[in-house]
Design a protein around this ligand. Structure first.
Ligand code: HEM
Ligand SMILES: [Cu+2]
Length: 539
């Protein structure tokens, strides 16, 4: 079916129908994945531009470019857009949608209409958020801490929390869709222990989406109600409790950080096995560690409240549980490393992103343990150390995983190869730019630089300038990637069905896949990643 030579152009999901209408009303999970990709790229560009402006302001100790008010709005816009409208949906909504049915040998997700609807409400939420943030701006930070956000902020808080509330439904529906799809639509022979680890990771992520998102949705709804009706839930002047907000917010938002990272871990597992040409070491451990992260992730939110006055006993328990959540994360790192060891490793560009992920996520995770240590968190709380910690995970980890996955599946998705040398260059530039941006921030935090300020004492300027320089390099890295990927869609070499010699059902169908995914329903007869292992000592 994929044989070249025959003149007839094969029908695939891209050329099946070119009209705009066919895209806007599509029920094909692959096209919906592409719709998400386009939308989140727009949000990434917006949030990224805000980051550039923030780094511009921080070039100098005084606030010369923006007033403090504008600066507050900048970092809020940056955080809200990038967390709620880029990082959370990025891998699941784009790659998850595109790949899960292909990987399990299904024709589509369980509820295609709900899937399309999810994209619409996501986009609607994004537009409202962007509108609110541009028209009035919001200055509360992405965490919307009360009572400032509920009673005092004069900015467009209500519209922004409404936007996040609406987008939340898209997350819940996507999670639901994935769970049912994975339970019900696996091809014959695709047992749970033959599922690709990408699918396991998305299963765990979906559980968090379904169980966690309603909590933050209600919390944000209450902030809106308090602003509009003045009911006293969070404002102490009205008999409310501002700390209650922090509990409810982090009860979702801590697990949500795993919505951002687990799918990336799923991507990395796929890349590491494929480019080591070896079955992943300890498949069950990697699969179950995703589930463990999803469960323990719900028990550690209190590590965001160490300095809020919660009881010392609570802090000790939360600190302990936070250390526990590092174990399943470390299991993954260990098993990836063990897979690389003795593997026939090829350093193609997706693999470079994967190796970058491992290094950067490790730094992010380990510094999380510093923050989880009660004594350390007191001086470090709300400093740049925390900023550096989560950027190492979210930008160094999640975005590296996103780029790795994007490069890996790009030929399958678009039917074109990108220039490999540019892929390698971009992985390198992004890695260097990233470290130069965020390493100095650990030092700044250690020295005591608080987060969310437009000005700072002069002696910290050198570190800030380094960080801003790194951000410029990082931007160049992203721009290079965007350029050659877009170029490849039009001018890239035609991609074969399985350019990396990977295992997995998605590689066994045509490139790009046909509208119904497979000509015949596949039957699975092998474990996942059944690479020939008899290569001892081979170079
Ligand atoms: C090994 C796992 C991790 C540990 C032990 C850990 C620990 C912590 C701790 C204790 C804090 C609170 C710091 C403070 O405010 O004083 C924190 C903050 C944060 N972490 Fe992590 N973390 C881990 C993984 C992650 C992951 C996977 C992500 C994201 C994908 C993440 C994102 C964040 C964010 C966004 C904040 C700050 C939120 C804010 O105040 O704006 N962390 N982390
Ligand atoms: Cu947390």
């Amino acid at each position: 079916m994929t044989e070249p030579g025959g003149k007839t152009v094969q029908k695939n999901y891209l050329n099946a129908d070119y009209s705009i209408k066919s895209w806007l009303f599509t029920l094909d999970h692959k096209r919906i994945g592409i719709l998400y990709l386009l939308t989140i790229c727009v949000f990434f560009a917006i949030g990224g531009t805000m980051a550039a402006l923030i780094r511009l302001e921080l070039l100098t100790p005084k606030s010369d470019f923006f007033t403090s008010d504008t600066y507050n709005k900048l970092f809020t816009l940056h955080g809200v857009i990038l967390i709620f409208f880029f990082l959370i949906p990025s891998i699941p909504a784009f790659l998850g949608n595109f790949l899960i049915p292909l990987m399990i040998g299904a024709r589509d997700v369980a509820f295609p209409r709900l899937n399309l609807f999810s994209w619409y409400i996501f986009t609607l939420g994004g537009l409202i958020a962007f509108g609110a943030l541009v028209v009035g701006g919001v200055d509360t930070g992405w965490t919307f801490y009360t009572p400032y956000s509920s009673s005092f902020a004069q900015t467009a808080v209500t519209a922004t929390v409404a936007a996040a509330f609406i987008a939340g439904f898209s997350s819940i529906f996507t999670g639901l869709n994935f769970i049912v799809t994975i339970h019900k639509m696996r091809a014959p022979g695709m047992t749970w222990y033959r599922l690709p680890l990408f699918v396991w990771a998305h299963y765990a992520t979906s559980v968090i989406m379904v169980l966690g998102t309603p909590v933050v949705a209600i919390t944000l709804f209450l902030v809106g109600l308090e602003r509009v009706l003045g009911i006293g839930i969070f404002d102490p002047a009205k008999g409310g409790d501002p700390i209650l907000f922090q509990h409810l917010f982090w009860f979702y938002s801590h697990p949500a950080v795993y919505i951002m990272i687990l799918p990336a871990m799923g991507v990395i597992s796929e890349l590491i096995t494929c480019f080591s040409h070896r079955k992943i070491f300890g498949y069950e451990f990697v699969a179950y560690s995703s589930i463990a992260i999803a469960i323990i992730g719900f028990l550690v939110w209190g590590h965001h409240l160490f300095t809020s006055g919660q009881s010392r006993f609570a802090s000790i328990v939360f600190s302990f549980l936070t250390f526990l959540v590092a174990i399943p994360s470390a299991v993954k790192i260990f098993n990836w490393t063990a897979t690389l060891y003795k593997g026939r490793v090829r350093f193609e560009s997706p693999m470079l992103f994967a190796l970058g992920f491992i290094g950067l996520f490790t730094i992010g995770g380990l510094t999380g343990l510093y923050l989880a240590s009660l004594g350390m968190d007191i001086p470090l709380q709300d400093t740049y150390f925390v900023v550096a910690h989560f950027h190492y995970i979210m930008v160094g980890g999640a975005i590296m995983g996103f780029l790795g996955g994007l490069h890996f599946w790009w030929p399958k998705i678009t039917g074109r190869m990108y220039p490999e040398a540019f892929g390698k260059l971009s992985a390198l530039v992004v890695f260097i730019g990233f470290n130069l941006t965020f390493l100095p921030q650990f030092i700044l935090g250690y020295l005591g630089m608080p987060r969310r300020y437009a000005s700072y004492p002069e002696e910290w300027q050198v570190l800030h300038v380094l960080s801003s320089a790194g951000a410029s390099i990082l931007t160049v890295g992203y721009l290079i990637t965007a350029t050659y990927l877009i170029w490849s869609v039009f001018c890239g070499e035609k991609a074969p069905a399985n350019p990396w010699g990977a295992k997995g059902l998605e590689w066994q169908t045509a490139t790009p896949p046909i509208p119904d995914n497979f000509e015949h329903r596949p039957i699975v007869r092998e474990e996942a990643y059944a690479y020939e292992e008899n290569v001892k000592g081979a170079a």
